[in-house]
Design a binder for this molecule. Sequence first.
Ligand code: DGL
Length: 275
Amino acid sequence: MDARGYTAAAMNPAPPAGCCIGVFDSGVGGLSVLPALRAALPDARLLYVADSGHAPYGERTEAYIVERSQHIAGFLRAQGAQLLVVACNTATAAAVEALRQAHGDIPVVGIEPGLKPAVALTRHGRVGVMATSGTLSSRKFQRLLLAQPPQVSFHLQACTGLALAIERGDLRSAELQAVVQRHCAPLREAGCDVVVLGCTHYPFAAPLIREALPGVMLVDTAEAVARQTARLAARLPPSTLDLPPLQLWSSGDPAQLSAFTLRWLEWDVEAAALP
Ligand code: DGL
């Protein structure tokens, strides 16, 4: 379903209800996962929380991210979520286990950098990984890295400042261009032919990243997450609540979340403040 079709659905009488899925990120990054979720689950009710008032998570402590994630998960469940999608690599690395323990009665889907698809794509055996320092230093990521074939070398780039620059919303700003250049230069010099976008904010900077890394293939995992979500959602009953197709909340500026959703996804939905 394309973005314009969805805008129409958002304004017309609701189609028959599917299940209700709660999605969250440290901010607006998880919006990059919503089109794939919508395509995989056309009838689902989607609830999205941007924790922009507490972004970026990338340089926060694990305990802080766990606490925020539990708060948001509790909120999404109270709104009717029957399945949770952690649309944030950093929050997945820090909090997905704690979320699964606290919410063992519903499925919790996380997202992690696509090292395996990158290994399948690389011809030179040199893969770059752009992610937050929180993701790259996590035990979960280190385990994922150790599971890859030894003949492939991974160049890990902790992209400090990149999610924050995207969070400001101007995808051609001088600040964003400078941050992208700074973080892409080492990957270009290392000769990486595949680069993993290991943070859900980064697909919004993909045009700039492509300019900085000509000829390099970019990998993100939104579609893989949507496929896994659809597999698990197939076991859920339709929601009994009368919900619109998409609802948005932000702990930062809700008007900004609405504006970015309209500009980037062409979905016209009014966001509310996260309590
Ligand atoms: N979007 C997030 C991720 O996928 C994190 C960005 C941040 O808050 O630092 O890792």
